[in-house]
Structures are given as structure tokens and as C-alpha cells.
Design a protein around this ligand. Structure first.
Ligand SMILES: [Zn+2]
Length: 327
């Protein structure tokens, strides 16, 4: 008999600060072990993501509810206001998460008193306005549902050729329209430093993408925020080959700081009031495979970025300095 208890164990759990529309909050980042992303079947999906490695074809709704018990226990003990209900794929794909399980997970979150906001994520093809509406209806009236979308870059060459996202621009428009109709808030993931572009181009691309998303959301009348993701090198995907052959380096933490500063400047604000977030979880990968600086200032700059996630104040970031910054 094989031990199946790992099917009841989440793929990843992390804790960080975040801002909910300008108020500092605690975030629990919980990645449920699921069947895996349908788009990444046989590793033909996005070139920087290896979530499929943590997936299992045996996962059932029962396993997901067992994982959910652990999430609820953590939520109950930690005073978390924000919950990332992340999966190894698409929360709204019925073949990955059944409608019944989806309802169960969300309905049980309505009983978590401190939780004010719940993030869910999916490709555009799996959502409908009706699904979003039904999901939101499972929550309490004072809870916000977020739909997070892996748009990554407003440059179609980066998004669809380099990253192989298979995401046409109209998916962004459609997702925003559906969110507005369903009363759901919108989140866009934006990568910092996809492969094949320079550090300087990467900063520019991330800033352009963030501004593009925020402006488009405003036109559609939907509340939106941007979750930046400094790229880290995962195992078993094309990005690892580039990294091992010396053709890719993860971004400098200084570039992350620069992206935040420039985006805030383009927004015309000093405090971004919860509109920007930086995901620094790296699946426990060791140094060298994730965003870093010279080694001496890494800790200081990383904790300043964590602090920014809570207080949203870019002036503090601008005050950071170390000699390696000028490089
Ligand atoms: Zn340094």
C-alpha cells in the first residue's frame, strides 16, 4: 500500500504582508495541490512555470477539502485578512476543480471571520460572468473576490512567443468586462524580467504593462491591481536551460525597486494604495535562481520590498542605496 497522505498536503504555503486598498494586511498564500494546469499538459505550456511537477492526477474533491481544512486552520490562527486561493492551474476550470468543490471551498471561506479578500486565478477560457457571479455569491457580503489573470506582459512577442502564454490581448478585455459585470476585482500578474530581454528592457516592459493594465481597467470601470512577479528559475522548463547555459539571469532586486518607483511615478502618486504588490515567493529555490543583488544588500532591499507590500510608500524605496545599485 502506498501512502496517499501527500494528496492532502498543499503544494506551497507562504505568508507575507499586503495592502488591501491602502490598509496594511496579512496575506496567506496557499497553493492547493490539484490535478494541474490543463494548458501545461505534457509541459507544452508557459515556459517559466513548472507547477505541473507538483500536481497529481489522483487528486479528488475530498483531498482538496482536506487541504482546505489546513488553510482554514491557518486562517483562523493567524489573523489573515487576505487569502490567495491559488492552485497549480485554473480554479475556474471544471476539469481541474469541480463546480461542487469550488462552491465548497468558497462557502467555507465565508466562515473565516478575519478574511476580507480572496484571490482566485485562471486563464480567461475557463471563466464566464456567471461562474464569477456564483463564486462571489458563496462569500459574505463584506468579502471581496478577486480574479487574477496571468497577462504577464503587454508586449505580445514576450507574452506569446517568449513565454508561450497563448493569451491574445482581447482576453484581458474580456476578463475585465466579466469582472465588472460580476462585481469581482481584477488582478494582473506582471513578470519582471522574462527571458531574452535585457535588465533595462525588463524594467521598461514591466512598467509599461502595469500602466497599460491599470488604464484599461479604469476604462472598463473595474477595480484592478498589479501583482509583479520577479522571475525565478524553475526546474525542468526552457528557462532552466537558458539559465544553466549562462543565457539568463534572474532580475536584480534593484530592478524590482525601479519598477515600483517608475510605475508609481507614471501613476502620479507617492503611495500606491494597494495597487501594486511584489510576489517574492520562490518555491524555496536557493539563491542564484531568484532575484538578488550583490549579496551584501539583498536582505535590506528584499525586506524593504516586503515592507512596501504593506505600506505602499515608494519614497522609502527611493531612499535605499548601495554601491552595487549603479551597475
Ligand atoms: Zn549591494
Amino acid at each position: 500500500m502506498t501512502d496517499k497522505s501527500w494528496l492532502n498536503t498543499p503544494a506551497y504555503v507562504g505568508v507575507s504582508k499586503i495592502s488591501i486598498k491602502g490598509s496594511p494586511a496579512n496575506r496567506l498564500f496557499f497553493v492547493y495541490r490539484t490535478l494541474g494546469c490543463e494548458y501545461d499538459k505534457s509541459k507544452k505550456g508557459c515556459t517559466m512555470c513548472n507547477f505541473a511537477e507538483y500536481a497529481s492526477p489522483e487528486i479528488t474533491g475530498k483531498n482538496l477539502n482536506a487541504q482546505h481544512n489546513q488553510a482554514l486552520e491557518l486562517l483562523g490562527s493567524g489573523g489573515f485578512e487576505h487569502f490567495d486561493l491559488a492552485t497549480l492551474g485554473n480554479f475556474y476550470n471544471d476539469r481541474e476543480i469541480s463546480p461542487e468543490t469550488r462552491r465548497q471551498l468558497l462557502t467555507r471561506l465565508a466562515g473565516a471571520p478575519t478574511v476580507k479578500r480572496i484571490l482566485t486565478e485562471s486563464r480567461r477560457g475557463y471563466i464566464t460572468t456567471e461562474k464569477l457571479r456564483e463564486s462571489k455569491a458563496c462569500l459574505r457580503d463584506d468579502q471581496t473576490l478577486e480574479f487574477a489573470f496571468g497577462y504577464e506582459s503587454s508586449n505580445p512577442k514576450i507574452r506569446n512567443e517568449i513565454l508561450n502564454k497563448g493569451v491574445p490581448e482581447e482576453h484581458l478585455d474580456q476578463a475585465m468586462q466579466m469582472c465588472r459585470q460580476a462585481g469581482v476585482d481584477f488582478v494582473s500578474y506582471v513578470l519582471i524580467k522574462p527571458p531574452q530581454i535585457s535588465e533595462t528592457e525588463a524594467i521598461k516592459d514591466a512598467v509599461e504593462t502595469a500602466i497599460h493594465v491599470l488604464e484599461k481597467a479604469e476604462r472598463y470601470g473595474v477595480y484592478a491591481r498589479v501583482a509583479f512577479e520577479p522571475v525565478f528559475v524553475v526546474r525542468g522548463k526552457p528557462i532552466e536551460k537558458l539559465f544553466l547555459s549562462g543565457n539568463y539571469k534572474p532580475p536584480k532586486l534593484w530592478s524590482v525597486v525601479e519598477v515600483l518607483a517608475q510605475t508609481a511615478e507614471r501613476m502620479g502618486v507617492v503611495n500606491t494604495e494597494g495597487k501594486l504588490f511584489v510576489g517574492l515567493s520562490d518555491e524555496n529555490l536557493s539563491g542564484g535562481r531568484k532575484a538578488s543583488n550583490c549579496g551584501f544588500c539583498d536582505k535590506e532591499v528584499e525586506s524593504a520590498i516586503q515592507q512596501f507590500n504593506a505600506d505602499q510608500d515608494v519614497s522609502k524605496l527611493k531612499g535605499l542605496h548601495h554601491k552595487c545599485k549603479d551597475e
